[in-house]
Design a binder for this molecule. Structure first.
Ligand code: ADE
Ligand code: ZN
Length: 339
């Protein structure tokens, strides 16, 4: 067994970058297709897995939007979310801040209310069953127009007591954060937390725009920051959190060789880096797999694993008292296992 595996498993962790639709395992895709009478282009679970060979983000997104076509009823969203939470609990994940993509369901005729109800009910049950606390972040698809995003905000406004944050995802190149400035201004006025995917495939300028134009509270990915010394300094000084996803970066050819992933460099420079699974069913690993993979590839130490787990709570949207509770638990694991 890997020397750090016991420590990684024992550490309480928060997962801050997880697309619920990206946790749809091929087995469940098959089951839901059958239940809902949806025809899949694949003959077997093995066929689906074999198709997950991506050259870039768009390649993946094409299959991601196709795969979620089996999600139609409230119970489907419940089952999807419940399965993710059970898997997260097995990795000792104690708090999750999960994304969902309402536009990708509404354009197929599924009501916003149906999606939200299924997800929320599973999150609330997961808190009882697994003691996993949660926040829910609604994402805007950046390949669609600003007008579409503003229309989504209108649909979501009556439900704001059930949504904690706004995010921005989908095809990054050609869709800079500034395209959604008015949407983020509105979300900020409504009291939502703000995050955005930036610098995954896009340049450092997109990260600057997310910070300066969208006024985000947290950056999703942010790999490009390693290429811009000024940006790096700014992230360190401002205590900004990055939700990084190493196995995703590998599978989407952002950094095909894990040894080139900037995560350790950023952490060692003093950036508040966290480790997350992004779309685990498509990228071959849940959160502990991501910790282990970078520990191996980047020669990371046990204290660095502890720091990453600490960062996951510090960078979360939990109140300070809750953060302290989890940090104390991490300290206890640290003393017990590392002395
Ligand atoms: N939607 C789901 N996963 C994504 C990712 N890694 N980047 C952008 N959009 C996404
Ligand atoms: Zn993502």
């Amino acid at each position: 067994m890997h020397a750090l595996q016991t420590l990684i498993s024992a550490l309480p962790k928060a997962e801050l970058h997880l697309h619920l639709e990206g946790s749809l395992e091929p087995e469940m895709m098959f089951e839901l297709a059958k239940r809902n009478g949806v025809e899949l282009k694949y003959a077997s679970v093995e066929d689906i897995r074999a198709a997950y060979d991506f050259s870039n983000l768009q390649d993946f997104l094409d299959l991601y939007y196709q795969g979620m076509g089996v999600l139609l009823k409230e119970q489907d969203y419940y089952d999807l979310t419940a399965a993710y939470l059970a898997r997260a609990a097995a990795d000792n994940v104690r708090h999750v801040e999960v994304f969902f993509d309402p536009q990708a369901h509404m354009e197929r005729g599924v009501a916003f209310d149906t999606v939200l109800k299924g997800i929320r009910r599973a999150l609330e049950d997961g808190f009882i069953r697994h003691n996993i606390s949660f926040r829910l972040i609604m994402c805007v698809l950046r390949h669609l127009s600003e007008e579409d995003a503003l229309a989504l905000m209108d649909v979501a406004t009556p439900y704001l007591d059930q949504i904690d944050g706004l995010g921005l995802d989908s095809s990054e190149l050609g869709h800079p954060p500034s395209k959604f400035k008015r949407v983020y201004d509105k979300a900020s006025l409504l009291g939502l937390k703000l995050v955005a995917h930036a610098g995954e495939e896009g340049p450092p300028d997109y990260v600057w725009e997310a910070l300066n134009d969208l006024r985000i509270d947290r950056i999703d990915h942010g790999n490009a920051a390693a290429k811009d010394e000024k940006l790096l300094e700014h992230l360190i000084e401002s205590g900004m959190t990055l939700t990084m996803c190493p196995l995703s970066n590998q599978r989407l050819c952002v950094t095909p060789d894990l040894k080139d992933n900037p995560l350790a460099k950023l952490l060692r420079a003093g950036v508040r880096v966290t480790v997350n699974s992004d779309d685990p069913s498509y990228f071959g690993g849940y959160v502990n797999d991501n910790y282990l993979a970078i520990a191996d590839a980047l020669d990371m130490t046990a204290p660095e694993m502890v720091q990453l787990a600490r960062n996951s709570f510090i960078g979360s949207f939990l109140p300070d008292a809750e953060k302290e509770k989890y940090l104390d638990e991490i300290d206890a694991v640290d003393s017990e296992l590392l002395g």
